[in-house]
Design a protein around this ligand. Structure first.
Ligand code: CTP
Ligand code: MG
Length: 180
C-alpha cells in the first residue's frame, strides 16, 4: 500500500519535478518582471527568467509525453497502475510547477528576502502547490482519481526530501549558487 502510494506519487509528480531543475540549467537572460519593482523591491527578481520558465514548462510536458508511452510497461513491471497524463494534466503539472516557483519569489520579495534567500517550507513545496492547483483547474477528475489521500501524503513527505537532495547536488556540481 505504502509502496504503491509512493510509486504513484513519484510518477504523477515527475512532470512537476522536472521544470524548475531545467530552469536552473537553461535559465538566464531577460527577467520575467523586466526589472520592475513593487515598493522598494523587485517584483520577482533576476532569478526568474523567461527562458528558464519556458524551457522548464516545455521539459515538464515532454516528460509527461514520455511517461504516457512508458505507462503500460511500467504498470506491468511494477504491478501498480501508473497513470497516463491527459493534456490538461501535462500542462497543469508543468506550467503549475513553474508558476508556483514564480509565486514563491513574489512572496519572498514581499517579505524582504533577497534573490537566493532561503524560505524554508515554501522553497520545498511551492511548485507542488502550484502544480496541483493549476492541474485541478484543467483536469479535476484526473486529480481526484490519481491523488488519493495516501498519494497526497506521499507527495508532501517525499517532495521536500527530493528537493533538498537535488538542490544540494546542483550546488555541489556548481550549477546553483545556493544549496536550497
Ligand atoms: N531560473 C530561471 N528562471 C526561472 C527559475 C529559475 O532562470 N523561472 C534560474 C535562475 O538562474 C535562478 C536559478 O535558476 O537563479 C535558481 O532558481 P531559484 O532557486 O528558484 O531562484 P533564486 O535565484 O534562488 O531566486 P529566488 O530567491 O527568487 O527564488
Ligand atoms: Mg533559490
Amino acid at each position: 500500500m505504502i509502496t504503491a502510494a509512493v510509486l504513484t506519487a513519484l510518477w504523477a509528480m515527475l512532470p512537476a519535478y522536472i521544470p524548475n531543475n531545467v530552469a536552473v540549467l537553461a535559465g538566464g537572460g531577460r527577467p520575467i518582471d523586466g526589472g520592475r519593482t513593487l515598493g522598494d523591491r523587485r517584483l520577482l527578481g533576476d532569478g526568474k527568467t523567461w527562458r528558464g520558465a519556458v524551457a522548464g514548462a516545455l521539459a515538464g510536458v515532454a516528460v509527461a509525453v514520455v511517461l504516457n508511452r512508458l505507462a503500460p510497461a511500467a504498470t506491468g513491471a511494477l504491478g501498480v497502475p501508473m497513470p497516463t497524463f491527459p493534456p490538461g494534466a501535462m500542462i497543469g503539472l508543468a506550467a503549475g510547477a513553474v508558476l508556483g516557483d514564480i509565486g514563491a519569489s513574489f512572496l519572498k520579495r514581499r517579505t524582504g528576502r533577497e534573490r537566493g534567500a532561503a524560505f524554508p517550507g515554501v522553497d520545498q513545496l511551492d511548485f507542488v502547490v502550484g502544480a496541483l492547483l493549476v492541474t485541478t483547474v484543467f483536469a479535476h477528475e484526473w486529480v481526484r482519481d490519481v491523488f488519493t489521500l495516501g498519494v497526497v501524503v506521499a507527495v508532501v513527505v517525499i517532495t521536500p526530501v527530493l528537493h533538498v537532495g537535488t538542490n544540494a547536488l546542483a550546488y555541489g556540481l556548481g550549477l546553483k549558487d545556493e544549496p536550497w
